[in-house]
Design a protein around this ligand. Structure first.
Ligand code: ZN
Ligand code: ZN
Length: 374
């Protein structure tokens, strides 16, 4: 399945600092410097506030409201080579968002119900090509995205952030303001409420059942909700999905809690499956289906957690959106007006286009020799 060659492939990472202090990581090709780039970062108003009513944190980031909106022309795209953010050739890139919700230089806010919004918001640029999406990236490019996720999330966990999540918002319906193929990574200073819910559920399952909830979720995917059969991953519409065409991609192996735990075969399988799921989505209604894609790694201290990627599309049919309305938003009670097994069947029936994964591996990343750079 892997078509692996002898030695693991290597991907060089060039680390640069923008004049405004933001960090940039260029992967593969790196054609220049950022020394003369305009600086206009403003993180001075960032902070988080405690909502007493729900005991949860709200991130306040007023500068984000001034960020660019709407479709960009190729010549104006800030992510294209030669654009505002990346003024030189590159293969793939990760850099600090100019309009972050969390920042390493967030002011040291103190006081009742306040917390500094210490963290990191990174933009993950999948390719230098402006056109396309996760569905049309080459296998080599998708394998590189998994390598980037693994490299950056490991670094952010090591920096001591409470939670780290790679994700992608695709389509204007989800609020994506740029069409250039890209995702993001957030590192936040507190455990998010839904992560706390999952950890509590894992502990309850262990107490009551004596077994791992992640293993139970893998078992629950078979057989009638499976979308893509795979030896390393359970790829299925969940038993109780919030969104009609939700798909979870959950690693089968107990103990694989984070991207850093993946074997070469598991990492390559993830790249193949992520691309295939998006291809199935795009053929479901014959348009590029908007979705949220979130990589859910285990927080510290939760052993019964299998690394998983959730795809959360907001459509319930070709022309109708599932709106997160009063009951969903105010109560957290989701009402799914479709049958998950039927949706899984529809997604499993889609025939994705053939593509060769021969001789593709998820490369190991290593920092480039700084002397080799300009
Ligand atoms: Zn672009
Ligand atoms: Zn398990």
């Amino acid at each position: 399945m892997t078509g692996r060659l002898g030695a693991p492939t290597m991907l060089e990472r060039h680390d640069l600092v923008h004049p405004d202090g933001r960090t940039f990581h260029l992967y593969g090709r790196c054609g220049g410097s950022l020394d003369r780039q305009p600086g206009q970062r403003d993180d001075s108003a960032l902070h988080s506030r405690l909502d007493l009513a729900t005991d949860t944190w709200i991130a306040v980031s007023p500068a984000r409201n001034t960020r660019p909106a709407g479709e960009q022309h190729t010549t104006e795209c800030p992510l294209c080579p030669g654009g505002l953010e990346l003024p030189f050739p590159y293969d793939a890139a990760v850099f600090d968002n100019r309009f972050p919700a969390f920042s390493p230089v967030a002011p040291a806010t103190t006081g009742a119900g306040l917390m500094p919004s210490q963290g990191k918001c990174e933009v993950v640029v999948y390719t230098s090509n402006h056109e396309g999406s996760m569905a049309t990236l080459t296998p080599l490019e998708v394998a590189r995205v998994v390598a980037l996720w693994r490299d950056r999330t490991a670094a952010l966990w090591a920096d001591g952030h409470a939670y780290v999540m790679a994700f992608e918002n695709r389509g204007p319906e989800i609020g994506a303001t740029l069409s250039h193929p890209h995702g993001q990574i957030y590192a936040v200073p507190f455990l998010p409420p839904f992560v706390l819910d999952k950890v509590a559920a894992a502990h309850r399952h262990r107490e009551v059942d004596g077994t791992c909830v992640g293993c139970a979720l893998v078992a629950q995917a078979e057989p009638q909700r499976t979308v893509v059969p795979d030896e390393h991953w359970a790829v299925a519409v969940p038993f109780a999905p919030r969104w009609p065409f939700e798909i979870h991609v959950r690693v089968r192996r107990h103990g694989c809690r984070r991207l850093a735990d993946l074997t070469d075969d598991e990492a390559l399988g993830l790249a193949r499956i992520v691309r295939e799921v998006v291809n199935r989505y795009d053929r479901l209604f014959d348009f590029e289906l908007p979705y949220m894609m979130v990589v859910q790694e285990a927080p510290d201290g939760c052993d019964d957690w299998h690394l998983h990627v959730e795809f959360l599309p907001v459509h319930r049919s070709a022309d109708r959106l599932k709106v997160r309305a009063s009951v969903e938003t105010a109560l957290g009670v989701f009402i799914n007006d479709t049958l998950p097994e039927r949706n899984a069947e529809r997604l499993a029936r889609v025939v994705p286009p053939e593509v060769s994964w021969q001789e593709i591996t998820v490369p190991a990343v290593r920092a480039a020799d700084p002397k080799g750079e300009e």
